[in-house]
Design a binder for this molecule. Structure first.
Ligand SMILES: [Cu+2]
Length: 187
């Protein structure tokens, strides 16, 4: 049942749920200040003024608007969305000091790739770098897990992408490199 919390929408509802106490405190303060204690204008009507309602409305509108607009950039939702695609490419990899064993070093651009990684011995990292040097993502590979660690990424551009281990794993950690070739998608 708890698996739901680790899905895209589960994470979304959980985040909203965690914001509830803050909303309650915010409401309590606003209500107390404008209804229960309207001082220093003690003679003012014991109601929330239109200006205050307007401000609260504006704040809520901006809050909801910004959250909705940024929803599609949430990694969990992107992953959940990519998981529904049937053309996903699977790449399995195993890290062993000090090399990667990668099931396929050639993937297509424009289609999501699910990287599922395991470690055979100690903590390793699996990071992919864009040909221009930018790091796109990194994932941590822990030994002894029953499920592989997985991450979904869609490459936009063809090219040779460098792979590096970013968890210090011993004397030859710096030699733990590899490459993934991204080819243009067939369209
Ligand atoms: Cu390493």
């Amino acid at each position: 049942m708890l698996d739901f919390l680790f899905s895209g929408w589960g994470a979304f509802w959980m985040t909203l749920f965690m914001l509830l106490p803050f909303a309650a405190v915010f409401y309590y303060i606003v209500r107390r200040k404008s209804v229960v204690d309207p001082s220093p204008a003690a003679a003012a009507r014991a109601q929330i003024s239109r200006v205050e309602v307007g401000w609260i409305g504006l704040v809520l509108l901006v809050f909801v608007g910004v959250n909705l607009a940024s929803l599609k950039y949430m990694p969990t939702l992107r992953t959940a969305h990519a998981n529904t695609r049937t053309d996903i490419q699977n790449v399995d990899l195993t890290a062993t000091s000090w090399a990667f064993d990668i099931s396929s070093r050639r993937v297509e651009a424009g289609r999501p790739v699910r990287f599922s990684g395991r470690s055979n011995d100690t903590m390793h990292g699996f990071a992919i770098y864009h040909p221009d040097g930018r790091m796109l993502f990194t994932m941590m590979l822990m030994p002894g897990l029953t499920k592989p660690t997985s991450l979904i990424h869609t490459f936009d551009e063809a090219g040779t992408y460098k792979v590096r281990c970013l968890e210090y794993c011993g004397i030859a950690h710096h030699t733990m490199r590899d490459e993934i070739v991204v080819v243009a998608g067939a369209k």
